[in-house]
Design a protein around this ligand. Structure first.
Ligand SMILES: NC(=O)c1ccc[n+]([C@@H]2O[C@H](COP(=O)([O-])OP(=O)(O)OC[C@H]3O[C@@H](n4cnc5c(N)ncnc54)[C@H](O)[C@@H]3O)[C@@H](O)[C@H]2O)c1
Length: 381
């Protein structure tokens, strides 16, 4: 069977990672690349990330209109900053292209809803770049938790505001941060919860199902501490209410001049905890006779989950998407655009809750009720 022909929109940090995964696949063939900055399409630059890359057989474009008109694609990857979306996903879906969209798919729920409707109505296949669902460790945790009564999930993610991989959008030419670190800027990233925390939230959904409501409080950055557009809050405290009654906690920080990062995950069911340690997930629970005949020692509670070596989950999500398109089935996918809407609503809802002083936001209302219409739409420039 012929390989799947793929176009990629946005040849930056994430686009290059996907390009690398696809470049090594016999089932995929890159046919088109599009980026508004010609430098990002230079083969010599791309070769810095992908050994042996060449543009043979690949058309390059600086305008999406031309890329779409050029045809020759079965599927489109969309890897652009979340505030830069226009109607690329909608138009690609209406043109029958299967869609791989990077998260967050937009900073505005109206746009995400429009993209979702276009994909659903066109009947094309889709996925959103929640690669962590393809990590074998996280999947082992999911399997271990199956059938257990979850009660709480907690994620702590401390990071440094300045530390971020190289970004390729020329934000300085588009009214954004001069240093290109757009992930530190609220207008470009939508907040750290929206841009980065969405991975952790989606992982909680992978383990615990859909979110019904969200409440959030942020500690916003002092104006005198904003440097080069890095205005995202210092600290975020978000509570997610899951449909199955589980509580989810997300605590994130992004400090300047600190360069400290660490993290913690704790998933609690009614009779134990699962934590991800450096060598893999570990469950803590008591499985002896009850009541115990003697004092229970801590090491008696520790159960290392049997997991394969950690895999390259970016490669895995690419393989799943290409396989899905090849076989014309959603079966290999761990999310679709439609099933990912709950993740988008949950993190965008956190921002709205913070703006409203910590009010509980019901996600179904946020997505559909008239009272939230002003919060769903992109502000007029
Ligand atoms: N799943 C993950 O692990 C992961 C990791 C990193 C980034 N991301 C996501 O991927 C997306 C892209 O982020 P990035 O880190 O690659 O950013 P980036 O700035 O490094 O790259 C974005 C690329 O898109 C191009 N671009 C900008 N506007 C465009 C437009 N309108 N049309 C076409 N191309 C355009 C830029 O020139 C740049 O080359 C973001 O949504 C980000 O959150 C996901």
């Amino acid at each position: 069977m012929a390989p799947v022909s793929i176009g990629l929109l946005g040849v930056g940090q994430r686009g290059l990672q996907h390009l690398k995964a696809l470049w090594s696949s016999d089932d995929a063939r890159i046919t088109a690349l599009c980026d508004p900055y010609p430098q990002n399409l230079e083969p010599a630059k791309i070769r810095q990330y992908i050994d042996g890359f060449s543009l043979d057989g690949i058309r390059t474009y600086t305008r999406f209109d031309d890329m779409l008109a050029g045809g020759g694609m079965d599927a489109l990857y969309v890897c652009i900053p979340p505030n830069r979306h226009q109607d690329e996903v909608v138009r690609a879906a209406r043109n029958g292209l299967h869609i791989f969209a990077e998260k967050p798919v937009s900073l505005y729920l109206d746009e995400a809803l429009e993209q979702e409707a276009a994909i659903r109505q066109a009947g094309v296949l889709s996925t959103v770049g929640f690669n962590q669902r393809h990590c074998v460790w996280h999947t082992a945790v999911r399997d271990f938790l199956a059938g257990k009564r979850l009660v709480m999930m907690t994620v702590v993610a401390n990071g440094a505001l300045e530390s971020h991989s190289v970004k390729h959008t020329h934000t300085e030419a588009e009214g954004g941060p001069a240093n290109r670190v757009w992930a530190a800027n609220m207008a470009w990233s939508g907040s750290t919860v929206v841009e980065a925390g969405i991975h952790q939230l989606d992982l909680m959904r992978y383990w615990g199902g859909d979110v019904d409501w969200v409440e959030a409080r942020y500690v916003h950055r002092d104006p005198e501490d904003i440097v080069e557009g890095g205005d995202n809050p210092y600290a975020y405290s978000v509570t997610f209410g899951f449909a199955n009654g589980t509580i989810g906690n997300m605590l994130m920080t992004r400090l300047r001049r600190t360069f400290y990062a660490d993290g913690y995950q704790d998933i609690v069911w009614d009779h134990g905890h699962v934590k991800t340690e450096a060598d893999g997930p570990v469950a803590w629970f008591y499985d002896g006779p009850f009541p115990p005949p003697e004092k229970v020692e801590r090491n008696r509670l520790r159960h290392v989950l049997e997991v394969p070596p950690r895999n390259d989950n970016t490669l895995a999500i690419n393989q799943a998407f290409v396989q899905a398109v090849k076989d014309q089935t959603e079966e290999p996918l761990r999310n679709t655009f439609s099933t990912s809407m709950n993740s988008h609503a949950a993190v965008l809802g956190a921002n709205i809750s913070d703006r409203l002083g910590g009010r509980r936001i019901d996600l179904n209302e946020l997505l559909h009720a008239p009272q939230y219409a002003p919060y769903r739409r992109r502000p007029v420039a």
